[in-house]
Design a protein around this ligand. Structure first.
Ligand SMILES: [Zn+2]
Length: 367
């Protein structure tokens, strides 16, 4: 029986991954000096708790300052609690470690492959059941933010780096892309399919910040964080929903910027693009596509691999297989696969030219 080494996985589970988990589980996390503050999803369903769940980066432990009988616990124990409250699942510690190791690829893929043949069915079963949901009726309505905050941003500054990459000013205007000088961030508002303002992300132009915090961060203006679990909404569906309904096809990119590229190449009137904002597509997002009668979901993720069969390649393929398996009964899934390596390492398929994108699109594959 192969189990994951808890210590190893925990060491690799850095603060940004913990943040991502909290975001996915509906904790509305926010970075603080000491670590992260979150809603008490440890003993409440999302949206009902208070902001009394603290994560301390120096110890790697959570502390719940209200409600939990045993107030101190690690991320695996939080997963066990969340699974019980939100998914009605009982996880043991091994299953929790396994879930996180697989989710973030923390144990290295050679180990994962070995495990496929040495399956520990009992823990595997718990993991599998989590995937086994009906996509139908995963509707969420996010509470909108006050849209007036957008009037405080600067729309006069020309976003030269993006223009240089071929994104038109019209596409940026259409997406209400702005600039927030205090933090030197390009601002990207998120709207739900009905056009309600539900989130604001900033893409930093300062190199050190990008390295320290990642390229995209939720925006903080006047101490208020405009942050949503990204997996709850598909970016740009408010613009592309009618065309998706007409054509039945939706192209899912990783980043917001790729949808702007798409509009720049093919015109806002022909837009069928959305962004899932990461390399996962949630059931909520697939539900949104189904709501607009999409029958094909074209996954157009970044080429996060350098050569065929390297470790990243295996990870990349595995992630797509997982998404395909999860959703193929609800929607036809196809994948843009750059077999001839026309794009560069870490490029989105739409980063270069219209012709290259069309070529990749036309030769998309089904798993
Ligand atoms: Zn608690």
């Amino acid at each position: 029986m192969t189990t994951y080494d808890k210590k190893e996985v925990r060491e690799k589970l850095n603060i940004d991954l913990v943040f991502q988990l909290l975001e996915e589980w509906g904790g509305n996390p926010m970075y603080m000096d000491y670590g992260i503050i979150s809603d008490t999803i440890c003993h409440n369903p999302p949206g009902e708790g208070s902001r009394k769940l603290y994560y301390y980066k120096n110890t790697g432990l959570f502390h719940c300052y209200t409600g939990c009988a045993e107030p101190s616990f690690d991320p695996f124990e939080l997963l066990i609690k969340v699974a019980r409250i939100q998914w009605d699942k009982e996880y043991d510690l091994n299953a929790a470690v396994r879930y996180i190791a697989i989710k973030f690829g923390l144990a290295g893929y050679s180990e994962l492959e070995e495990q496929d043949s040495l399956v520990d069915w009992k823990t595997f079963d718990a993991y599998d059941r989590l995937q086994d949901f009906e996509v139908k009726d995963y509707h969420v309505v996010l509470k909108p933010y006050d849209i007036n905050i957008l009037t405080r941003l600067n729309y006069k500054v020309r976003i030269k780096p993006w223009e240089d990459e071929g994104i038109t000013r019209e596409a940026m205007r259409n997406a209400v892309i702005g600039y927030f000088p205090p933090t030197a961030q390009i601002t990207i508002p998120h709207f739900d399919p009905s056009g309600n303002f539900v989130g604001l992300r900033g893409r930093t132009l300062v190199k050190e910040d990008a390295e320290r915090y990642g390229k995209y961060r939720p925006m903080v203006i006047n101490r208020k964080q405009y942050n949503r679990p990204l997996g709850m909404n598909l970016y740009n569906l408010n613009n592309s929903k009618d065309n998706i309904k007409k054509t039945g096809i939706a192209i899912v990119f990783e980043s917001e910027k790729s949808t702007l590229h798409y509009q720049s190449f093919f015109g806002i009137d022909n837009d069928i693009s959305v962004a899932c904002c990461g390399s996962n597509i949630s059931m909520y997002q697939v539900q949104q596509l189904l709501d607009y009668d999409a029958h094909e979901m074209v996954i157009a993720f970044d080429r996060q691999w350098q050569e065929k069969n390297d470790e990243e390649y295996k990870h990349w393929i595995k992630n797509l297989e997982k998404l395909n398996d999860r959703y193929k009964n609800d929607i036809s899934v196809s994948i843009i696969y750059d077999r001839d390596m026309l794009t560069g390492y870490k490029d989105s398929p739409i980063d270069l030219t219209k012709e290259i994108f069309l070529k990749l699109f036309k030769s998309r594959v089904r798993l």
